[in-house]
Write a new protein. Structure first.
Length: 72
């Protein structure tokens, strides 16, 4: 499959925290990128992101890497 990934922009006014993630019904603005089989993308921490459209079936692996404390 393939689709359009949108990253960036601002979350809608109904943004709410679910665990450690923010969630909203929509976002405004952002950059659209067409993704497909074999593509790899990184979504930086605290960056709104969503799939605007999906063509066919889109299978992906999501890896969330926790932030580690910095030594002082």
């Amino acid at each position: 499959g393939s689709g359009v990934l949108v990253t960036g922009g601002k979350l809608a006014a109904d943004a709410r925290r679910t665990g450690t993630n923010l969630s909203a019904s929509a976002s405004a603005g952002g950059t659209e990128r067409r993704i497909g089989k074999g593509d790899v993308f990184i979504v930086p921490e605290n960056t709104p992101h969503w799939f605007k459209s999906v063509d066919g079936k889109l299978a992906m692996i999501s890896l969330h890497v926790p932030r580690t404390a910095t030594a002082k």
